[in-house]
Design a protein. Sequence first.
Length: 202
Amino acid sequence: HPVEHFVIPPHYSKDLDRVLVSHGLIRDRVEKLAHLIAKDSSKPLVACCVLKGAHVFFAQLMENLKKLKNAEGKSIPLSFEFIKAKSYENDKSSGQIKLSLSEEDLKSFKGKDLLIVEDIVDTGRTMVALVERLKQYEPASVRVVSLLLKKTDRSNRYVPDYVGFAIPDLFVVGYCLDYNEYFRDLDHIAVISEHGKKAYAV
Ligand code: 5GP
Ligand code: MG
Ligand code: MG
């Protein structure tokens, strides 16, 4: 969608090519994802937010989830954890995945239903590594919800349990997804322009 159709922070006016997913559409899809997750849940859920990119998605998903009931008509007790995973520099995966996890919090995963909340799955390497790591702490189950799934030939074929939107192989920003820490303050998911890439390159 043309950028002119949306409210964009003026400091980014030259930095975007187009809006891929508007904030309104994201909100509607997040509500639906919450319904799907609730229906599949039978126990208290430990929702694990992958920082920083998934933070807004996580907050909106939990806002929806706490109002919903599972298939047996029961509300779902939720607890929250936050994990940092970083693999990108500029718009390229560094190939190195940095995770920051506290042992104490990780031990609390034992026997629980885990829901990992991620912003975007690209090659799938981060998620495979993270799921592998978290399984060592013996949760009863692990499910992954990602707002975005990139269709790319660099994929390792990992597919999350729940996906908001499948998107083309483009670098996207907004709704808390960043380019070198910029664009998190944009409500829509958008494609960065050449001007934007140059302006915020490190
Ligand atoms: P993967 O390991 O699947 O290649 O990459 C996963 C992580 O890379 C995502 O969680 C996200 O932090 C970052 N990433 C991948 N593609 C994009 C993108 O198009 N835009 C932004 N902002 N981050 C991305
Ligand atoms: Mg991420
Ligand atoms: Mg990032």
